[in-house]
Structures are given as C-alpha cells and as structure tokens.
Design a protein. Sequence first.
Length: 99
Amino acid sequence: MPILGFRIDDFTYLTDVKTITEEEIEKIKGTKVLVLNALRNEEHHSHLTLSEALAIIEKIKPEKTYLTHISHLLGFHDEVEKTLPKNVFLAYDTLKITL
C-alpha cells in the first residue's frame, strides 16, 4: 500500500512506513528534524522495526529524529532511549517540537 510522507522545509514526517526507496531517501536528505515510525524490535509486515528505522536514519542523517508509532513491545521508554544514538529520541504523547 502506498504511504505518503511529508517534508516541509527542514521537517520530515514519515509514519506507517515499511520501506523507503533510495529515490525518496535522496529527497529527505538534508532535513533537520525527522519523525519516523519504529513499531518494535521484532519483524512486522507493514511497519519498521527499530533496527530498520535506525538504518534509515543513518542514511538520511538528520540532526534529530523522533521515533513514533511505537508499541509497548519495544520496551520501557527510559530503557530504550538509553540504547539510541544521541540524536534519536522516542516520541511521546503531548511532545512538542520547536522548529
């Protein structure tokens, strides 16, 4: 199923994603803030796993990334966040991002 993402200036929002073509990755490079889904650690047929999301983040190299659409199966917020690269954060309800 085709999924649309949004890039507005230096902000990119991609959720419910499982794959992103290299052509689309090129369009996203240079974004400063990326919001990307990372459902859980285990494979899923229609959403990125944490490792898949981190691989995409490594290609895009945004200044900051907020992982969203996460499941309770990913683990406790504080514990998971300790394992993430310094510019990657778990999003949460009521989070406000200043652009």
